[in-house]
Design a protein. Structure first.
Length: 271
């Protein structure tokens, strides 16, 4: 070390985002760990993916039906990298990279713990590797159905969480929705009955979909594509109805509170 550097303090990355602050609180007080994970679920994170755009900068049709994450080796294990700002992702890489932005809750709903996840690795005070065991727990938490809320008196339809869905089913339908991300703004799985006492086997499994302005012109095709994928994901044993709903309709508002909200992601690229 040169004389001019002697006595100088090493400058650590500054706390800049809510995740940085939540992580710092958890680092100083383990009881704040749950608060950090709450902040992570709420935050939009950016994850490197493979081949979202072609060489001309157009969205790749080859990748239209799925989001393909890029795995990196961290501490000897395959790892998903996520960053809580696009600037931090750009700071991490010296090469062009395509990426997807989604909430932390959506991310952990898609991955079940076979991989570890690294947040803001090397570029922020919230740099941390989340081990696969913790990722598995976060996946269970992200995919757990909400508590059933009472339907107001006089309501005809009873809206409740959907039947248990395996990670494979969720992943397959989420991948199809990713291919329709320009047409779909929101997608929620829920169970629908005519009254609260109806047997589960008689209730309808519904995928409520709020389409974008671009999707309005292709609404019928969007509904058919999602219905085929959803029914196929259940092995054809359980029919699934696709309901095209307004985002502010009473039925969608109820479904959003108790159902399984599926990720609808957006992609970008850094060059």
């Amino acid at each position: 070390m040169s004389d001019e550097n002697e006595g100088q303090e090493i400058q650590l990355p500054a706390i800049e985002t809510p995740l940085d602050l939540a992580f710092e609180r958890a680092r100083n007080d383990p009881e704040e760990t749950a608060g950090f994970y709450d902040a992570l679920f709420s935050a939009v994170v950016f994850m490197p993916i493979d081949g979202a755009f072609d060489d001309d900068g157009n969205e790749s049709e080859a990748e239209a039906s799925a989001i393909s994450p890029v795995f990196y080796e961290v501490e000897g294990d395959a790892t998903l990298l996520i960053f809580d700002t696009e600037d931090r992702l750009a700071q991490w890489t010296d090469e062009p990279v395509d990426y997807v932005g989604l909430t932390g809750k959506q991310l952990f709903a898609m991955f079940d713990g076979e991989q570890q996840v690294a947040l803001n690795i090397g570029v922020a005070p919230s740099s941390v590797v989340i081990p696969s065991e913790a990722v598995g727990w976060l996946h269970e938490r992200a995919t757990a159905g909400g508590e059933t809320e009472e339907v107001p008196a006089g309501a005809v339809l009873d809206v409740t969480p959907p039947p248990d869905l395996s990670p494979e089913i969720v992943a397959r339908i989420a991948a199809r929705i990713a291919g329709l991300r320009r047409e779909v703004n929101e997608a929620v799985f829920f169970s629908l009955g005519i009254d609260a006492g109806q047997d589960e086997a008689e209730r309808r499994v519904v995928l409520g979909v709020a389409v974008s302005e671009a999707g309005m012109a292709e609404a019928e095709a969007v509904a058919q594509a999602l219905a085929e994928t959803a029914t196929g994901a259940f092995g054809g044993q359980r029919p699934v109805e696709v309901a095209l709903l307004s985002a502010d309709s009473p039925l969608m508002e109820k479904a959003r509170k108790v159902g399984l909200n599926l990720p609808v992601v957006q992609v970008g690229s850094i060059h």
